[in-house]
Ligand binder design. Structure first.
Ligand code: IPE
Ligand code: IPE
Ligand code: MG
Length: 238
């Protein structure tokens, strides 16, 4: 389908997977795969801006990724700080609002400080919302929402009888970004790995068998083409 005829899904969530496999199949260190993944991240964010996306979510570090060897975890923390140093100014100039979704606990101060600085710098931008899921877990997000709702009930600000789906949605990490339209996971695994469990309830899931370091704008367009072949029914009849 010609690109100009495609319906562009406004909100896209990506699991960037396969960095380790990209490296090990080449006899390299897993860390080299993460490094190589930077090109894909930059290309994808630029493409998202060009396409006029409302929101792009990238899964960069999960609450489960702490189980990896310490050297890899330490590298990822440093590397994410480096990435921000490298790209924040460009994305800020392009009016991107960068936000980190996830828990701050456990993150090294050098990274968390940079994240806060980035959110403060770009928080007023009105272009694409870039939600970087970092120390993020979908279950943790729902637990955190439940705690905040419970605190409001305990403070007498909220009647439990009034809690509905909108209440939960309003207490998520990025309450201004409603459900995602398109989910993309690279590298061949067909699972959601604790990503956006609430927000993906009716999202179209597309799996692209390309390792993340090789993912480029053309693969994003392939996923968007697949999205255009889907019929979204939301439980109704069409
Ligand atoms: C995704 O690539 C990046 C992170 C989870 C940080 P992986 O590191 O999971 O790569 P594979 O799945 O081992 O190939
Ligand atoms: C999901 O990928 C997390 C990120 C991409 C940051 P994983 O590679 O950690 O997920 P599993 O272990 O294959 O489910
Ligand atoms: Mg993986």
């Amino acid at each position: 389908m010609p690109e100009q005829e495609l319906e562009i899904p406004g909100r896209i969530a990506i699991i960037m997977d396969g960095n380790g496999r990209w490296a090990t199949t080449r006899g390299m260190n897993r860390i080299d795969g993460h490094r190589e993944g930077e090109k894909a991240i930059t290309d994808t964010v630029r493409a998202g801006i060009d396409l006029g996306l409302e929101a792009l979510a990238l899964y960069a570090f999960s609450t489960e990724n702490w189980k990896r060897p310490k050297e890899e975890v330490d590298f990822l923390m440093r590397f994410n700080k480096e990435l921000l140093d490298l790209r924040v100014d460009e994305f800020h100039e392009r009016n991107v609002m960068i936000r980190f979704i996830g828990r701050s606990e456990g993150l090294p101060a050098f990274l968390w400080d940079k994240m806060v600085e980035t959110m403060e710098l770009t928080g007023g931008n009105t272009g694409m919302k870039l939600n970087v899921a970092y120390n993020y877990g979908g279950r943790a997000e729902l637990v955190d929402a439940a705690k905040r709702i419970a605190a409001e009930v305990a403070a007498g600000e909220l009647d439990p009888a009034d809690i509905d789906e909108d209440t939960v949605a309003a207490h998520l990490y990025a309450p201004d970004v409603p459900d995602y339209d398109l989910f993309i996971r690279t590298a061949g695994d067909v699972r959601v790995s604790n990503y956006l469990l609430w927000e993906l309830a009716y999202t179209e899931l597309v799996f692209i068998p390309i390792l993340w370091p090789e993912f480029r704008r053309e693969h994003l367009m392939q996923a968007i083409e697949e999205y255009n072949r889907r019929t979204r029914k939301f439980g109704a009849l069409i």
